[in-house]
Every structure is written in C-alpha cells, then in structure tokens.
Design a protein around this ligand. Sequence first.
Ligand SMILES: Cc1cc2nc3c(=O)[nH]c(=O)nc-3n(C[C@H](O)[C@H](O)[C@H](O)COP(=O)(O)OP(=O)(O)OC[C@H]3O[C@@H](n4cnc5c(N)ncnc54)[C@H](O)[C@@H]3O)c2cc1C
Length: 542
Amino acid sequence: VTPNHPDVLIIGGGPVGLGLACELGWRGVRCTVVDETRHDYNLPDSRINLANTRTLEFFRRWGFEREVRGCQFPSDFPMSIAFVTSLRGKLIGKLDYPSMGAAGEHSASPTNRQRIPQPWLDPIMRRAAAGFDSVDLRWHTRFVSLEQDADGVTATIERLEDASKETLRARYLAACDGARSSVREQLGIKLLGDQFIGMTHSIYFKSSEMWKLHDKGKAAMMMFLDEKGLWGVLNVVDGSATWRLSIVGGKEFVPADQVDAPTVLRRMMGGDFTFEIIGVYPWVRRAVVAEHFVNGRCFLVGDSAHQLTPTGGFGMNTGLGESVDLGWKLDAVLRGWGGDTLLTSYEAERQPIAQRNVREATANAKRLMSLPTFPWIDQPGLLAGFKRKILGRRFAESTRAEWESDGVVLGYRYDPSPICIPDGKPPMPDNPARYVPSARPGSRAPHAWIAPGKSTLDLFGQGFVLLDFAAANADVAALEEAAQTVGLPLRREAIANADIARLYECKLVLVRPDGHVAWRCDELDHDPAQIVDVIRGAGGLK
Ligand SMILES: Cc1cc2nc3c(=O)[nH]c(=O)nc-3n(C[C@H](O)[C@H](O)[C@H](O)COP(=O)(O)OP(=O)(O)OC[C@H]3O[C@@H](n4cnc5c(N)ncnc54)[C@H](O)[C@@H]3O)c2cc1C
C-alpha cells in the first residue's frame, strides 16, 4: 500500500464513509478515509437508532451482523408506538409491535432490522473498517481542497494535531462528508428541494427505567399531542436509561439555549420526576437531493447527496445502499473490467432511490405533523375517553407507513437502469409498506434459504453470479466465455430447488455483485457478448 496514493479517497468517516470503506476493503481495494473527528469520538446525540433490514444484510456481508444484532439493546423491549397527552396523562392510541426478540427472523431476509444507538454502532463500524488490510483510516484529519484531472484527484488534507498539510493523490474521491459537505460545495453541486421543513430540538436525557414512573408501559416511541397537535416525540435510546425527546418546532431557527429543557421534560411526564439532561441539539428537517451524484472522478454518497427527515429512519440506510452500489463499480473499473459508463450508472441508479426515500420520509413527517386534534383531547369523562379511542385508531392507521416500510427498505429497484436488461415483464406496484419478492431485473435478488444458515444472498458479492435453475447448458457456457473474454468475474451456481426456482421465475438469473438482478431469461435472448457489455457498463443492446 502506498499511503499517499490510495485508489479511492473517502472524505468522512461517518457511517456511510465507513460503509464504503468496508465495501472496498472487503474487495481488497486500497482506500484512505479522512475524518476530522478523533478515532474515539462519540457523537453526544445518538441520532441513528435504527439499522434497517437491508443495512443488516450489508453488515452480514461485511462480517459484523452478529455483533450488531447482539448489541446490548434489550431484545424484549416492545417496538410499539403510543399516542399520549403526557406519560401520566391520557392514552390516545397505540400500535402494538413485538420486541425484536419476539419478532424473530424476517420472512424475506436472512437477518432483521436492529435497534442500535449510534454510540454503539459507530465503534463497531470503525473496528470493522480498520480490520480490512487495504483500508487506511486517518482520524483528526480535515479535508481542505481538491483538484481533479483526467487521471485522478489531488486532495489537500490537514492534520489537526499540528496543522500540517499533506497532499493525497487518488484515482477517485467519495464525498461522505455529511449534510454540510465541503466537497459538494467545492464541486459546485446544488441541492434541490425543501431546505427547511421544520425546526426540531432533541433533548437527550437520562432517567433510569422511566416506564416505572407512569402507566403507559414500554414503547419504542411515544407521540405527545395537545389541543394544537403533535408537539413532541420520545424515542428510547439504549432501552434502559437514555432517552431522546424531540420537540417539533416551526419554520424558524431557534437556538438551543432558548429551550427550557427541564420544563419540557416535566410536560412530557405530566409531573415532576428525576432526570439528568445530557444536552439539547437543534436540527432542521430537510427534503433535498443533490442535482448530481457524480462529477468527473468524484461521487457524492450519503448525507452529502441527500438529506431527509428521520421519520422512517431511512437516512444512513439510504447512504449505505449507495456505498454498496458505488463500491463494486469502483472495484470493477479499477480492475479493468468495468466499462466507460459503469461509474455514471451510480447516479442513474441511486438518485431516483434517494428521491423516493426523501419523498416517503417527508410524507411520513407531514402526516405526523398534521394529526388532527381537538380541545377535548386531555379532558376527563366517558365521552372524551370514547372520542380519544376513535381518534387513536385514526392516528395509528394514518401513521402506520412510518413503522411498516419494508417496500422502501427491501423493494427499491433500479428501473430503468443503463446496466440492467429488462425482461419485458411489467413492474410490480411500488408499495412503500409491503415488500413483494421479485427477481425482475433491477430488483434486489430475493432471499431464500439454500442450506441451514445459508441464504441466496450469501452467494452474492465478489463477482457476478449466474443462478442456474436448470442443468448446465450451452447458454451458460456461452455466457461464461463472453465474461472471461473481458475479465468479468462470473461464477455459476446450480440450484436444484423448485421453490427457489419459482421465486426467481426464470431458468437463468444473473446477479450483480451488489445482489441486484442484472438479467434473467429461460434461454439466451441476446448475444452473450452484448449481455456482458451492458451489465459492465460498456455498451447498450443493439
Ligand atoms: C434525529 C435524527 C435521527 C436519525 N435517525 C436515523 C435512524 O434511525 N436511521 C438512519 O438510517 N438514519 C437516521 N438519521 C440520519 C443519519 O443520522 C444520517 O443520514 C447519517 O448520519 C448520514 O451519514 P453520513 O456518513 O453520510 O454523514 P455524517 O454522519 O454526517 O458523517 C459525516 C462525517 O464526515 C466528517 N467530515 C465532515 N466534513 C469533513 C471534512 N472537511 N474533513 C474531514 N471529515 C469531515 C464528519 O466528521 C463526519 O464524521 C437520523 C438523523 C437525525 C437528525
């Protein structure tokens, strides 16, 4: 490894930059990550609480799924959502969801989502990235500027320890430097969308076993409403003593010191209780997507490319999807078998997914913020209680999309994509709530168990995989030969299982390194050399 000449320079070692480092490290690509924070820095605010099912599939690929799923978050903590006037006040409605322990495995995935606070997740990801030989992590180092030419990118970085500057030369640069990305700014890429949906303050506090102080029980989230509407959301952080209360604000920026946190916490409880405030952190809900994800040899990934409101928990998860899409493409081009348009297909595939996830997250936020409410919401008496019950049911139904989003999480597909070959079948309806497994080109290849503990998903990753549901035939040999000619790594996997064959619908299914289907058919419908050229970004179908 030549430390000052990595193949890929990653600016930002947040979850998305580390995810890209893991993907590249797992492939043996030499990359350097620079981050201005120290190696043991822990965010004071645990923004991320949920790693979704697709993210856990990536963690499985990179080797730390078990560590994440085995984190200390109590597996018997119910994931329910409650609507209340205060913790000691009235219950308006509730959506009961099982704890992660009781929910068990996902029927469409070899793993499942995991509640994990960011101060637990960050160190796991840092250790994992550091464990790959080809990954060089540089903490306490700030990106300053960049220049790019036909062969690479030259970046100036500054070691914050002694303010010394250094120049790194890389073939490609990935901007994983978050919402305020200075790389994006230097490249002059605009963000399109709504820069200010609403102001929020997160109050982080400690109160041990708070559920014993009221009668509403344990819930992953509690929504607080008064006669004007939703004013606060309480999130469980570590499942025992740490909590986050987010105060829903208006259209103006309000600094943290204008929030009287103790008074707000007592309002949330509906009386006094013992707590310790960790901090108050203001943030703004946005709905923006960068106009371009690719600029020459530079790529925007994660929050530098899009920012969405956390309603649904899609932020990091969307960014990690980008890390995996970009990771294998960079690898392919660096190894020489990726074609001229493979890297630009990153934008063609991922920008529409970002736009879709931003749309869903914004719709979730708007539904929550416009919950109808009434002057009797907190009143005693039978009639008010009866009306609350009806309202509670409406709340539960109208916000269900935020908690049930498997369609967003697993059902995203690259359609159209310049590097997938359509099979002429109509697309399934795009339902954000429900995931319907499909092996239609562009979709995530569906999960099925092929042996105890071994999923179809475990077959994918290091190269293309040709799933062969019929006995090997001349078509397979022709494809293998075409792949070999251009150096595209292709492995045939014979699967003699009628259920999985039905799920995949065709005799031959070609799956990309990121686990998405590139092409499928019953018998060769195109020239094999052409198929190989399309999927590696080196040409279109004639
Ligand atoms: C209240 C809240 C709750 C959320 N909950 C969830 C959730 O449950 N699930 C989920 O998926 N998402 C959630 N999100 C979104 C999530 O926090 C972001 O999407 C995610 O952090 C984006 O990761 P990133 O690596 O792209 O950016 P960041 O996490 O912002 O990381 C960027 C990194 O770049 C570094 N950096 C920046 N500039 C420079 C520079 N010039 N030089 C060197 N380093 C630099 C920073 O130090 C930082 O480490 C939530 C967000 C909020 C606000």
